[in-house]
Design a protein around this ligand. Structure first.
Ligand code: KG4
Ligand code: ZN
Length: 340
């Protein structure tokens, strides 16, 4: 790769959950490399992420993943202008691996260190494939740990207007998947199975939160699915798992679409984006596509590979922080419950 003098290259590191990832990003929008080592296969046998195993695997893989990212981008460390790293939220032991690694590289080379918020990364994934997208806009972040409705006021500047009161959307997918015997991670498996089912077969509730019309609640829906499964079992009726998957997915989709697009209109925006692992759900994307078109709202979404955890998105968010002059010292620490 030939680096121009005005080019700014960010080496990004992400290790907040069960993906060990590194990427090189040019000028905040162009992904030169995006390496992801997924630990999913390792955690599947336990039905979810085991934090201790995740940390150990991150330690084992992180150097390899970073070297691969530099190699794929055809750059050397000498050409890197900033090191961006996720420092929260996430699993503390997992986060610490990325943070310690980023600090070590920064210390050894003198390259500035920039800590990045994981959710800011998810939102910023939208900038990768949409060169025209600039703030302000509304973004729905739906992942395994978060369901936030956010006004993106500027790069790295957010106002949360709605959040989940209990389970995150991805968490609901994972729990329902486990209940119908699909295993971990549930989201992609429900997505696939739902294609064979009837979304109108079973009516599951669409929860509203009285105090804030933009908040979400998914625990009632999860209980409704469990109750349905129990009652089928007690009556000796066979469960059509595809119908359960499709009906559950429809219920989540309806709530996310209704709350989000209501907020877009109420706050006077015309641009709407989705982010996070659940944003790769095919039914959710299709529903937003249709509903946004009907309401004259411009709809943005990252490719599935940039929806689930990756370092490219951290590099994008990190670039805009770097540009603003944000620099972190070697006292940067992992913050498992970091607020947006
Ligand atoms: O953003 P992400 O990779 O990690 C977190 O920051 O949490 O999101 C992972 C979550 C998991 O709960 C997973 O089941 C869900 O995203 N997910 C999906 C799909 N792909 C991943 N949920 C629904 N449909 C999908 N296709
Ligand atoms: Zn994530």
């Amino acid at each position: 790769m030939r680096k121009q003098t005005e080019d700014r290259l960010i080496l990004a590191i992400e290790s907040s959950c069960d993906e060990t990832a590194a990427a090189v990003v040019r000028n905040g929008r162009e992904i030169l490399s995006n390496v992801i080592y997924s630990q999913i296969a390792l955690h599947t046998q336990f039905g979810g992420v085991v934090p201790e195993i995740a940390s150990r695997k991150h330690i084992e893989k992180i150097n390899q993943v970073i070297e691969q990212a530099l190699q794929d981008a055809d750059v050397t460390l000498q050409e890197i202008d900033g090191i961006a790293v996720t420092y929260g939220p996430g699993l503390v032991g997992a986060l610490l691996v990325g943070v310690a690694e980023a600090k070590a590289i920064s210390f050894a080379t003198g390259i500035p260190l920039v800590g990045v918020h994981h959710i800011s990364g998810h939102i910023s994934a939208n900038y990768i494939e949409h060169p025209d997208l600039e703030p302000p806009f509304v973004c729905l972040v739906a992942s395994g740990g978060h369901s936030h409705l956010v006004v993106v006021k500027d790069y790295g500047e957010y106002e949360i207007i709605g959040r989940t009161r209990d389970d995150a959307a991805g968490e609901a997918f994972d729990k329902v998947a486990r209940a119908i015997g699909l295993g971990y991670p549930g989201g992609p498996k429900i997505d696939k199975l739902a294609k064979e089912g009837n979304p109108e077969a079973i009516h599951f509730p669409r929860a509203k939160v009285a105090e804030n019309e933009y908040d979400f609640s998914f625990s009632g829906l999860k209980s409704a699915v469990l109750n349905y499964l129990n009652s089928c079992q007690m009556k000796g009726e066979e469960v059509n798992r595809a119908d359960v998957a499709a009906s559950f997915q429809k219920s989540v989709t309806d709530v996310l679409v209704e709350h989000s697009l209501h907020a877009v209109k109420a706050f006077g925006f015309h641009k709407f984006a989705i982010a996070g692992g659940v944003a790769s759900n095919s039914s959710l994307r299709a529903a937003f596509e249709t509903e946004c078109a009907k309401r004259g709202i411009e709809f943005y979404h990252p490719s599935p590979i940039y929806c689930t955890d990756n370092a490219a998105m951290i590099g994008v968010a990190g670039y805009y922080e770097y540009k603003k002059g944000v620099r972190h010292g070697f006292d940067l620490n992992a913050v498992p419950n970091l607020q947006l």
